[in-house]
Design a protein around this ligand. Sequence first.
Ligand code: AP5
Ligand code: MG
Length: 212
Amino acid sequence: MNIVLMGCPGAGKGTQSAKLQEELKLKHISTGDVLRAEIASGSELGKKIAGIINAGNLVPDELMISMLENIVKSTDAGIIFDGFPRTVAQAEALNAMLKRFHREISAVIMINLPESEVVKRITSRRQCKKCGAIVHVDPAAPATVCPDCGGELYTRADDTAERAKHRLEVYHHDTLPVKTFYQNSGKYVEINGNQTPEKVFEDLVAVLKKVK
Ligand code: AP5
Ligand code: MG
């Protein structure tokens, strides 16, 4: 099973992918996490892309597509694609790539979230340096330690209110056309992301039960 999880910044793609990968034993590929790991490695490539990501802009398609292809060909497991495709060119490349590897997309699931919730969620998010967990904190007294593993929590450089708004604009301009790309594929489903994480997960699992 190969699932594309779509949704605006803060929709809950990472939160739900973590639960799904555990439940269905799938490989979770978050292109955002892949890029942040490249930056953390201190590589030349990481230095080049840091400015783009931290400003909330998209990394060029050719680079993203070749990075993704390297990961896809290294696994036989079913995949959750989180944050890819983000442009129509990436969606076309993903179809071609999966065909080459004799795979196909089982479902494209859009997690809907009202825009009024985005900045609130993004500015209350921390991520664990050690285990990668996504943690919601109280902005008045933010936790600094991961509740799962005790690792240090950090704030993503693109998680300010101003950059979250910019990422939302980029989402509208570049990524919403991907929704149109998939809408008539027979595999596109929308779910309500503005519920508790547990209820969103329940809805996701219900959708996936109908997919082979
Ligand atoms: P990426 O890391 O993918 O960021 P994003 O798409 O903006 O999405 P987020 O990770 O911010 O949100 P999410 O939906 O995962 O929400 P989460 O579960 O964390 O990409 C970052 C950057 O990398 C891009 O801007 C771009 O520069 C680059 N990039 C990545 N992929 C690329 C590509 N394909 N092409 C080009 N460039 C690319 O949840 C958010 C918060 O809400 C958390 O605090 C969480 O605890 C909380 N929360 C989650 N669910 C709920 C709920 N149901 N109720 C209440 N709170 C909730
Ligand atoms: Mg994410």
